[in-house]
Design a protein around this ligand. Structure first.
Ligand code: FAD
Length: 213
């Protein structure tokens, strides 16, 4: 399988770094071809703005959605975006790994979606190409996430609310919206307070999940 691994943690020596390294070894052993988009390592530009467009459709008034459609049609999006678009097109499965920040993804990853999932490539609203007809239909996607809070806190009725509701902004409103099939999310609850032994158990659990992909 061709796997794109989009990774968003600023510290290679973190537990997230260990999860990512575990994935690289495991997926490699299984014979998958893996490309990594290590967003902090490449200092990914997180902000969608006029610089993303080398040939503006309307140089007077900036309309991000219309410029994205024009940019994908003319191949004039900035090279860092085009490179990621090629990787997404190539992938059968995309894994997004990140620590939960403010019950969501870190801004650098949100910026990856803002800039890479351009209309005309992942969906086409005017043509009704969303969800079942989304342009990334046939691909699978998976969230791998660590939290500081406990499983109880992120349970239905818990102080933070059900984590599945928070993640559905990604798994439903992004993955399914563009046609991709979400795989079950891999969640490490209470990661911030784990001992190394508990961390090792979680790495083993992740390895086992990847082996069943
Ligand atoms: C801006 C911000 C917002 C946040 N918002 C939220 C939020 O809304 N909800 C929430 O729940 N949390 C939140 N957090 C907490 C955050 O989700 C956790 O700190 C993060 O998920 C922990 O992952 P880490 O990789 O940084 O862990 P690390 O701090 O790197 O590691 C945690 C523990 O894992 C173990 N470990 C590390 N490396 C290894 C290894 N190689 N092998 C085995 N064990 C290892 C160690 O015992 C270590 O103490 C927030 C944090 C920030 C900075």
């Amino acid at each position: 399988m061709n796997i794109l691994y989009v990774y968003a943690h600023p510290e290679p020596r973190s537990f997230n770094g260990a999860l990512k390294d575990t994935a690289m070894v495991t997926l490699g052993k299984l014979g998958h071809t893996v490309k990594v988009s290590n967003l902090y390592a490449v200092r990914w530009k997180a902000v969608l703005d006029t610089q993303d467009f080398r040939m503006r459709q309307d140089p007077y008034q900036f309309n991000p959605a219309l410029e994205q459609i024009h940019g994908i049609q003319t191949g004039s999006l900035s090279p860092d975006i085009l490179e990621e678009i090629e990787r997404v097109a190539w992938a059968d499965l995309i894994i997004f790994q990140f620590p939960l920040w403010w019950s969501s993804m870190p801004a650098i990853l949100k910026g990856w979606f803002d800039r890479v999932f351009v209309q005309g490539f992942v969906v086409h609203l005017e043509k009704g190409q969303v969800y079942e007809r989304g342009l990334l239909k046939g691909k699978k996607a998976m969230v791998v996430v660590t939290t500081g809070a406990t499983r109880e806190m992120y349970s239905p009725g818990g102080v933070h609310g059900d984590i599945r509701n928070h993640l559905s902004l990604i798994t439903h409103n992004i993955f399914e919206f563009v046609g991709m099939t979400p795989l079950p999310s891999f969640i490490v609850f209470g990661a911030a307070d784990m001992t190394r032994d508990e961390g090792s158990l979680q790495l083993n659990r992740y390895r086992a999940v990847l082996e069943k992909l």
